[in-house]
Design a protein around this ligand. Structure first.
Ligand SMILES: Cc1ncc(COP(=O)(O)O)c(C=O)c1O
Length: 480
């Protein structure tokens, strides 16, 4: 469909004012498109009848142009199957290159135009352990059952059964009690945060963000016009007293209480209560970014901060990127009842919402009990993979490495205190060797002095692979 469009009317701006006959113009445009690599050997072109009606010329005009192109070997007529650009033509060189870049696995009809993530990549779930067959079945069932009504605009706030499934899951698993109408489905965390800022904040408002923290939080808030105030994080999470000293009248705080990004600490109960008290006193909002709160390996997951929110100041932001997979591009916000109407209006003005069928498949996955089963499996798998990476690093580096294993999350922090090089330099060397470690120091402001390498362990397939990676890392870092 796209290919055909590409090869027909969109390419053919004909000019009725020039003396060149129309069939000749059409012939010349197709030739140029082939020579420039816009059309490729084997691409189907529109039928003479369709193109004639699209361009508002007679069918005979198109047929004359096509006959000329067939006669010269540019086109090949394939009877019932239509007309195509001759498969035997040599592909234009730059076009071939472009095509390879755009379609790395064209034979498998891959959707993504990106390479698979490199080893130790942060923040992605185990892509090898996702129940793809089951997902394909649920997707096919939904696709087959699509009705005309399903093809109309959906609710930009989210597909009702998914909102209900999320509310049910939050109550059971995260201790968050909300009505489905408080759940707003978005395109992921950044979309959630932008929706929150757009709905609740004004330009120039101050917002506390964690230092060190998740850079996209700052990026989004700056793009929506707020002023971010970095607030230090210690073993108990964001140091609320420091926030109050720096900007007591901030309108919002964004925190990752379950598993601080990137340090991995859980916010203590005392801090949670202090933060809630500040928000309630100063009528400020708290965004709880619970991106991977499900992954806790010692004991059950901690209840969400939102579960303690007696004054309705917390907006809970969830994402399916870690618990399902990031390509889904789905997240959600739970908004306090008092602002639900404003969120509904903002969702309506901002977009058509997320694809209905994807939301329906996620809802089916949740309601069928597959979601909780999947999370349970991933918790066990990640605990194992984390152990494999930690053991391999200890074996490869001995007492030169100090491994910071927090109770949850999808990455560990390896500290190389005896190394003279900075963590930025060590990460650069590792990345040159194809290992995607990230420097801890880069996640904080200038005053943040802690160093280490952040390493994702979720996609480590075996103990042998972990050992191989650790040895490679040691070589890349230049540790003798
Ligand atoms: C701290 C933090 N918040 C949120 C997210 C989820 O973002 P998204 O929904 O855009 O994938 C991530 C993903 O890496 C993250 O690290």
């Amino acid at each position: 469909m796209t290919k055909e469009k590409n090869s027909s009317a969109a390419l053919l701006q004909i000019d009725r004012a020039t003396p060149m006959p129309l069939y000749r113009q059409i012939y010349a445009r197709f030739r140029t498109a082939i020579e420039q690599g816009v059309l490729h050997p084997g691409d189907r072109v529109a039928s003479a009848r369709d193109l004639a009606s699209e361009l508002g010329v007679s069918r005979g005009t198109i047929e004359t142009a096509y006959n000329l192109l067939v006669g010269e070997g540019y086109f090949s007529s394939q009877g019932q199957a239509g007309t195509v650009v001759s498969p035997s033509l040599p592909a234009h060189r730059s076009a071939r290159r472009e095509r390879r870049r755009a379609e790395p696995h064209a034979d498998r009809e891959a959707l993504a135009d990106a390479e698979p993530p490199p080893p130790l990549q942060l923040g992605i779930p185990a892509l090898d352990a996702f129940p793809r067959k089951l997902w394909a079945r649920l997707t096919a069932r939904r696709a087959r059952a699509t009705t005309a009504a399903d093809m109309f605009y959906g609710n930009p706030s989210g597909y009702a059964p998914l909102r209900a499934a999320i509310a049910a899951y939050l109550l059971v698993s995260r201790g968050v009690s909300c009505h489905p109408s408080q759940v707003f489905v978005t395109g992921g965390y950044r979309a959630s945060l932008a929706l929150i800022a757009h709905t609740l904040l004004d330009k120039g408002d101050a917002v506390w963000v964690e230092d060190p923290g998740y850079q996209p939080t700052q990026d989004v808030l700056r793009s929506t016009g707020q002023r971010t105030v970095p607030v230090p994080v210690d073993e108990e999470g964001m140091v609320v007293a420091r926030g109050m000293r720096k900007a007591a009248h901030a309108r919002m705080a964004v925190v990752t209480p379950s598993h601080q990004a990137p340090l991995g600490v859980s916010m203590s109960l005392a801090r949670r209560l202090q933060l809630l008290e500040w928000a309630s006193q100063s009528k400020a909002w708290i965004v709880e970014d619970d991106y991977d709160g499900e992954y806790r390996y010692a004991g059950p997951p901690l209840p969400a901060l939102k579960s303690l929110d007696g004054h309705d100041r917390v907006l809970y932001a969830g994402s399916f990127s870690k618990v399902l997979y990031p390509g889904l591009a789905l997240g959600y916000v739970v908004a306090p009842e008092s602002v639900c109407a404003a969120f509904g209006e903002a969702a309506l003005t901002r977009s058509n919402g997320s694809p209905q069928i994807t939301q329906a498949v996620v809802a089916d996955f949740m309601r069928g009990g597959h979601f909780s089963r999947h999370l349970k499996k991933m918790r066990l798998l990640y605990a194992r993979r984390r152990g494999m990476l930690a053991a391999a690093l200890l074996k490869a580096f001995g007492d030169e490495v100090r491994i910071d294993l927090k109770s949850g999350g999808m990455h560990l922090i390896a500290r190389f205190d005896k190394c003279r090089e900075s963590d930025t330099e060590l990460a650069r060397r590792a990345q040159l060797a194809g290992l995607n470690c990230q420097p801890l120091s880069a996640r904080g402001t200038a005053g943040f002095g802690d160093e280490g390498l952040l390493m994702g362990f979720t996609n480590i397939g075996s103990a042998a692979q972990a050992q191989q990676l650790a040895v490679k890392l040691r070589g890349a870092m230049g540790v003798r």
